[in-house]
Design a protein around this ligand. Structure first.
Ligand code: DC
Length: 229
């Protein structure tokens, strides 16, 4: 049997990376890792300590010197859902709130934070069989991944999808706030000096502005299977 693949899915915010990655991992029997959840968990830790705010950025020294107190794990919760835990506490919903979305870019640009999380991420794919989504998976975390996908979609389509998700969760936000947040996160992701968001040279681009979930899944499953024959 062929060695299971490592699949890297990068791209702009709210392009449906995690939905696609989860479906692909499930169908292949691979592990799914949400690297963005790890940056969000560190941001939540810093937010609770009062070390980061949207307007004033973050206290880099305080955050970088306490990373050994930040334990991030993915565990099955009581309902059988794979959830993010921060120091033993389930934070899966809290890390998706706008309060965290507003500050996560400040934390994600810190080199010590990135080094710490990249090491954890690399340890999760010693033998392949992993689908990981994020911003630097195909460029930094797994430069040798067998399949790299770079996802994008128009700003309005992405904001509308994200707003619908937040509405469904009962979070009260305007379309404009969602649109501005995702544009500012894209800008921060693409302009930071450490591991900026950029498509790996060997990534396949997937613009899903006019594609539904099923078509995306079929396309990517085809790419995956073609690498296994
Ligand atoms: O995928 P997401 O939107 O949940 O990620 C949250 C933030 O974390 C995003 O604004 C950028 C950052 N991030 C990153 O810098 N590198 C990654 N591999 C994943 C996420």
């Amino acid at each position: 049997m062929m060695k299971p693949l490592t699949i890297a899915i990068d791209g702009h915010s709210s392009t449906g990376k995690s939905t696609l990655a989860k479906a692909l991992a499930k169908s292949m029997g691979y592990v799914y890792v949400d690297s963005g959840a790890m940056y969000r968990a560190v941001a939540l830790f810093a937010l609770r300590k009062g070390w980061v705010s949207k307007e004033n950025g973050c206290d880099a020294v305080a955050i970088e010197s306490t990373l050994d107190q930040v334990q991030i794990t993915f565990e099955l919760d009581a309902a059988g859902v794979n959830a993010t835990f921060l120091n033993g506490q389930r934070v899966e919903e809290e890390i998706r709130e706008m309060a965290v979305s507003h500050v996560v870019s400040h934390v994600a640009k810190l080199s010590e934070v990135r080094r710490y999380l990249v090491a954890l991420q690399q340890a999760m794919s010693r033998n392949g069989g992993v689908v990981m989504d994020g911003r630097d998976i195909g460029t930094v975390v797994f430069p040798n991944a067998e399949l790299k996908i770079f996802m994008t979609a128009s700003d309005d389509v992405r904001a509308a999808r994200r707003k619908a998700e937040l509405d469904f969760k009962g979070q009260d936000v305007t379309f404009q706030e969602v649109l501005e947040n995702l544009k500012s996160r894209d800008k921060a992701d693409m302009e930071r000096s450490d591991s900026p968001l950029i498509a790996a040279e060997d990534a396949r681009t997937l613009d899903n502005s006019t594609m539904n979930r099923e078509d995306q899944f079929e396309l990517v499953l085809g790419w995956t299977q073609s690498l296994l024959v």
